[in-house]
Design a protein around this ligand. Structure first.
Ligand SMILES: Nc1ncnc2c1ncn2[C@@H]1O[C@H](COP(=O)(O)OP(=O)(O)OP(=O)(O)O)[C@@H](O)[C@H]1O
Length: 429
């Protein structure tokens, strides 16, 4: 883990250097994958998400510095750089929804079925659940077309069909920021710098800098002066207790709409199937709860978590020597957080949980917002469905046979008229 740097500009120079280094790595990889003669014509777009939205809230100047460092790097690459920007939470939700529905073929099929209204098996779009480190998004087409909250409502016209989409991005509810928020809440009642934490395995210990903990807009409001500079976290591995602490992050006390998720945010009744990706998938896949053919029911997901959280750290570490320690030590927290967010936060029930599919890839493409962003910027999804669809093989053969028959008929007719006037007299026509 990087040492905390605080919000000072000099403190962020390390972050700029790190961003620059990972970008260099990405560019080198892209140059290997894209054939050299296509480098110049290959457009490159950069979209930054919630981590940068938070940095921008904390220190806009530094966020702009990071973006411009990234821009300079991309401009000097052999690719056709088109610009870098921080995308909004709403865009992140929308592009994730576009990506998975594009890859699943939901848009084209429903557009095509517009011309065949008698077919009843119209494939609906799939909702998108995205969990990042700093934010989480929920996006789907609700049953009710009219939305109670305009700021959560988007309208798309894709392949000739209109979609009224609900979306919300919860800043600070990505898994890394959620863990920070939980720790600062736990700290409020702490008298010493030692914190017993049920979301970590027994035998696990971690030191967290108090300064680092508060150096985020997600936790800044809870800032208090403490006598100790470090928090010493000691795991106690208890799913139930961990869940109780996590659920305090979801404020369900007031709702100005007919229905809310949490923190007074409108949420229409959940509708249809959902694809859950990014950290939803990374975590559930590690826990063997993401099987694509039959995702584990909510009750078995809870028992898996109870069992996993109660395992001593030494045993977990020995069982998964290949997994990064940062991820491994946090799977108990992350899995419990995912169940709480979906169940308590969004209101998935035992039944609707079964409608969630945890997705890493669809075909060979990553499920995530990036493909949707690129499809949008390159205008690759038309608003209108082309009325002339390419013919299927059977249609093509049928059309050829029909035109041959018409041609033969016309020749016969011509032959009758010009060469055999008796045909006409006998009424062959
Ligand atoms: N194998 C893994 N196991 C557990 N966590 C992982 C794994 N790989 C990545 N992560 C974490 O999952 C989270 C999601 O990563 P992702 O890159 O999708 O989102 P992000 O860029 O942090 O999103 P945002 O900025 O919108 O919150 C990050 O916290 C990342 O560290």
């Amino acid at each position: 883990m990087d040492e905390p740097k605080g919000p000072g500009i000099s403190g962020y120079s390390q972050a700029v250097q790190n961003a620059s280094r990972s970008l260099q790595h990405c560019l080198e990889r892209a140059q290997e994958v894209v054939p050299q003669q296509q480098h110049q014509e290959t457009p490159v777009y950069l979209g930054a998400t919630a981590g940068m939205r938070l940095l921008s809230l904390d220190n806009r100047h530094v966020a702009m510095e990071v973006l411009s460092a990234v821009e300079n790097k991309l401009r000097s690459s052999p690719f056709n750089f088109q610009g870098a920007r921080i995308i909004t939470g709403q865009e992140e939700g929308a592009y994730g929804w576009i990506t998975i529905n594009y890859l699943l073929g939901s848009f084209k099929q429903s557009g095509w079925l517009n011309f065949l209204p008698k077919l009843t098996s119209i494939k609906e779009t799939v909702g998108a659940l995205d969990l990042g480190g700093a934010s989480t998004q929920i996006t789907f087409v609700p049953e009710q077309e009219q939305s109670e909250s305009q700021e959560n409502s988007l309208h798309f016209r894709l392949y000739g069909k209109s979609y009224n989409v609900y979306t919300h991005s919860f800043l600070c509810y990505g898994k890394d920021q959620a863990l920070r928020m939980k720790l600062v809440r736990d700290l409020q009642n702490a008298e010493t710098g030692r914190l017993q934490d049920p979301c970590f395995h027994t035998g696990y210990e971690r030191n967290v800098s108090i300064r680092d903990l508060y150096a985020s807009p997600c936790t800044a409001n809870y800032k208090q002066s403490l006598a100790f500079p470090q928090l010493h976290v000691v795991g106690s591995g208890d799913y139930q207790a961990c869940q109780t602490r996590i659920e305090e992050l979801f404020n369900k006390t007031s709702c100005p709409y007919s229905k809310c998720s949490f923190n007074g945010i409108f949420l229409p009744p959940l509708q249809g199937h959902f694809g859950a990706f990014s950290a939803f998938y990374f975590v559930m896949n590690f826990l063997n709860l993401s099987a694509e053919s039959s995702p584990a029911p909510l009750n078995s997901a809870i028992s898996t978590m109870k069992n996993f959280c109660s395992r001593p750290w030494s045993e977990v570490k020995a069982a998964y020597p290949q997994v990064k320690e940062k991820y491994l030590s946090e799977y108990c927290f992350s899995g419990t957080y995912i169940i709480s967010l979906l169940k308590t936060g969004y209101g998935f029930s035992l039944e609707t949980w079964q409608q969630i599919q945890f997705l890493g890839k669809i075909g060979s493409s990553d499920a995530g917002w990036t493909l949707g962003y690129m499809l949008n910027l390159t205008n690759m999804i038309p608003a209108e469905q082309s009325l002339m669809r390419p013919l299927s093989h059977a249609g093509y053969v049928g059309l050829m046979v029909l035109s041959s028959l018409v041609l033969v008929g016309a020749l016969l007719l011509g032959w009758c008229i010009f060469r055999k006037p008796r045909c006409l007299r006998k009424g062959i026509v």
